[in-house]
Design a protein around this ligand. Structure first.
Ligand SMILES: [Zn+2]
Length: 552
């Protein structure tokens, strides 16, 4: 039985209204407890900052696209090897680290839970295999459902039919989560990826029909968003809206938000969806409008998807976006279809401070953070590694906390772009430590429905990060003094002290088993994999797991 008393630190636990109070945090058997015995290990945290472990609500760390990106970028990884040690495996770093390195580096950064935001359900075996090999962190994955031909059939049948047929979409989604071990449902450019796969078609409006399927993006949003809501999954539908990156796409984003109006929904990397201007022209910022809409709709949350100047690796199920980036860049490109489920594209990329579009994207991300009224609604992400590596989070935190640093960085960026944002309009906000604790752990955990994470109340998971309280917030957040995972010290003085496995977080909702009868012939017509072989049942892949029941 390991007992730890973290004593004398300034505790930032916004979920429990604790804002820098100096108090002890006690841990036993992997949980936060009221008190521990006199024999407990004491960690002297005087002068330090204590927070729950970080929770990343949107990143790309496992599965076929991540692995393809590794293969596509040997140049990025060969200069960043990790040696094996007595407790650690070897690996490579770079923008897309190997599995073990991903776990180690998240842990060294004080993160203890990470969500892989886009997994094709057909690739669940691969995703689970890699997540199992990603140590130190608890992990979950979201399954891609927005361009699935079988679901399109069910959605078309359910339209106007109500009752049983409507329930079939709901049952099918619950079946898919059960079959894969997934945690939540992700829509990427709903309907648009299928159109692009057919003939390079694009969605211009939510009412465009997906040729051959008789459904529109709006109907897909309504049917799947509604089903996730009715199932009571711990995390609401997670949306990468149509028209990512296209000037003028703020109209699509707002239309998507209105379509889901009244339902819970999480919008991913909203920075890439906040543009004014006309398609084909130069983008402008419409971040203030998006933020105003969010302010009036507390049922919607978002993560920012900040771009950071420097190298990135774009990887997305939105295959069309990758084709556009390839045309801009002319470099390496990988395009892949996952049978009847989704597409995928990968393009190595770099964001340059002097480039108008890149500087505008950077500025829009900061506008979203700084104009947002409620930090519980606008969470930190770089859409790792799309906008930049997760290793850039400390720098992003400094941009939010340190106005002088931000202004210096603004001065180095394309001025025409910066002038077109609100950043020069006296936007002097500096995030507090509690606000950082909200956007990097408390809010993502709450939005994911992970009740034992993102806070330090009694009964919470004993995932704790302790930082030196440094003036340089980048250095502070890059080098935690201690990281405690499951009640054991995992990182001390910037070094990994032990390697734990972490658990797979899955969700489960009840469904009518008869749904198999509807799905089997649809699978038979379309998939190369037989219906009975599709579900992943191997305990070696699905455990150790923590399963969150829907509606609980
Ligand atoms: Zn993403």
């Amino acid at each position: 039985m390991t007992e730890i008393r973290i004593s004398g630190g300034a505790v930032h636990d916004p979920a429990n209204d604790v804002d820098g109070d100096v108090r002890d945090v006690c841990l036993r058997d992997g949980k936060v407890v009221d008190d521990v015995g006199p024999g407990a290990r004491r960690i002297d945290a005087r002068g330090m900052v204590v927070m729950p472990g970080g929770v990343d609500i949107h990143a790309h760390i496992a599965g076929p696209k991540v692995n393809s990106a590794r293969k596509l970028s040997p140049d990025d990884r060969r200069d960043d090897p990790l040696d094996r040690s007595e407790i650690l495996r070897s690996g490579t770093g770079g923008l897309v680290p190997s599995t073990f390195a991903t776990g180690y580096r998240y842990s060294l950064l004080g993160y203890t839970t990470v969500v892989e935001a886009a997994a094709p359900p057909l690739a669940a075996r691969h995703v689970l295999s890699e997540l199992r090999d990603t140590p130190m962190i608890d992990k979950a994955f979201l399954i891609l459902m927005g361009n699935n031909q079988v679901l399109f059939e069910l959605i078309r049948e359910s339209r106007g039919a109500g009752g049983a047929a409507g329930g079939r979409v709901r049952d099918a989604i619950a079946w898919w989560l059960d079959a894969t071990g997934g945690y939540g449902v992700k829509l990427v450019n709903p309907g648009g990826v299928e159109l692009w796969k057919q003939n390079n078609g694009v969605v211009e409006s939510l009412d465009d029909e997906v040729a051959g399927f008789g459904v529109t993006p709006r109907q897909v949003l309504e049917a799947i968003g509604g089903a996730v809501d009715e199932l009571g999954l711990p995390h609401p539908v997670h949306i990468h809206a149509n028209n990512l990156g296209v000037p003028g796409n703020a109209d699509t984003t707002l239309d998507t938000m209105r379509t889901l109006s009244g339902r819970q929904a999480h919008f991913a990397h909203v920075q890439f969806h906040s543009y004014g201007g006309k398609p084909g022209g130069l983008p402008r910022s419409r971040a203030p409008e998006l933020i105003e809409y969010l302010g009036e709709h507390p049922e919607i949350t978002a993560d920012v998807g900040q771009v950071m100047f420097g190298p990135a690796m774009t990887m997305t199920a939105d295959a069309h976006v990758s084709a556009v980036l390839r045309d801009l860049d002319g470099g390496k490109w990988l395009n892949h279809d996952t049978e009847v489920e989704t597409g995928c594209g990968i393009v190595p990329y770099a964001y340059r401070a002097g480039n108008y579009v890149h500087a505008l994207q950077w500025g829009i991300g900061l506008e979203l953070f700084l104009l947002g009224k409620d930090p519980w609604q606008v969470m930190l992400s770089t859409d790792h590694p799309n906008g930049g590596s997760f290793l850039s989070y400390p720098k992003l935190i400094r941009l939010l906390m340190d106005r002088a640093f931000r202004e210096d960085q603004m001065g180095r960026a394309n001025q025409k772009a910066i002038r077109r944002t609100a950043l020069l309009d006296g936007l002097d906000r500096e995030y507090t430590l509690n606000e950082i604790a909200i956007i990097t752990r408390a809010a993502p955990a709450r939005r994911l429905g992970l009740r034992h994470k993102g806070h330090l109340g009694v009964g919470a998971d004993a995932d704790v990060t302790i930082y030196h309280d440094l003036t340089d917030r980048e250095e502070m957040f890059a080098t935690p003094r201690y990281v405690i995972k499951d009640g054991e010290v995992a990182v001390e003085e910037g070094e990994l002290r032990r390697s734990g496995d972490g658990v797979l977080l899955s969700s489960r909702a009840g469904f009518d088993p008869e749904v198999s009868r509807a799905l089997e012939p649809l699978f038979g017509d379309r998939y190369t994999v037989a219906f009975e072989h599709y579900p992943v049942r191997d305990p070696a892949l699905r455990e150790p797991a923590h399963v969150v029941e829907a509606g609980a």
